[in-house]
Design a protein around this ligand. Sequence first.
Ligand code: SF4
Length: 363
Amino acid sequence: METYSKQEIIDLYNLPLMELIYRAAQVHREHHDPSKIQVSTLISIKTGGCPEDCGYCPQAARYHTSIEKNDLLPYETVIGLARKAKEKGSSRVCMGAAWRNVKEGDDFEKVLKMVRGLSELDMEVCCTLGMITESQAVRLAEAGLHYYNHNLDTSEDYYKEVISTRGYDDRLKTLDNVRKGSLKVCSGGIIGMGESIEDRAGMLLSLSKLHPQPESVPINALVAVEGTPMEEQEIVPVWDVVRMIATTRIVMPKTTVRLSAGRTEMSAEAQALCFMAGASSIFAGEKLLTTPNPGEDKDAEMFSILGLTPTEKEKDDTGKFKIRRSRVEAEEQEKWSRPGHRIEKNVQAAEKAKEIRKVQRQN
Ligand code: SF4
């Protein structure tokens, strides 16, 4: 497979837009059926209260945002939500929990039970639970998990401007553990956080250098939420989203490129350009964890206009994991890092949140 240097990725990104879309559309047609769209539904199984300081995230406990927190949802609720998603055309369900990393114990056992239950619904199952060890990846795979999502978010350089509670290497280590657990990798990022084009290219370079490349790459446009350090970031121009999708498609020809957060700011015409440029998947449902998303009815109407048909569940290839577990169980647990450098914006948002809470307690 052709590989691209950072400069080549930047050059692709900067091509005249019509040329870029045309090239990406050609690559898309070589490797994918352009009339198909993969539809995933994201279920937030544990919302808010996260100890991390990701500058874009309303679920970080240290910021004051208006999200409704909830502990791990009951098994029946998750299965019920997934059933509804399947009825509305989703072939994959992704369970998201606002954790730094997966801890062994009751909650992880409950998640494993949810994975088993969801695989029985004949859907693809994905989780995004924070950092995981190899043995946890194997256990998730044994339970029937197909994909694990863990976004690189941005370039290695710009990561230090976004998060101070873990390093880029931790992200890469988790992706490595996911692979060792024989799970498929879903990893992408967010644009519109103040990063440069070089950073966007840097992220695509890191993803494209993974061997094998991720099966799924979500491209998110920042949804700036009040109370987070990025609350004042401007809405990402739609042209940047199209460019990022097209460049991702060319650099990682076989991956499923998911047009993810930020679709509420895009017209159907703008989304059509993204599909033309190689986006082959979306998240369905009215919410993406905590931020708004177009509802299924709106998407169904758009698919009908554009002649796109949701894909069926991929052929099941779980069941090959059984032999690995005893070996992995004996291994030592990962030691995740906590770089703890100061990100001015994050510190200010956390201090503002403390003030608000103080005033609320006094009233
Ligand atoms: S993005 Fe994930 S890890 Fe970061 S604060 Fe939000 S929930 Fe926590």
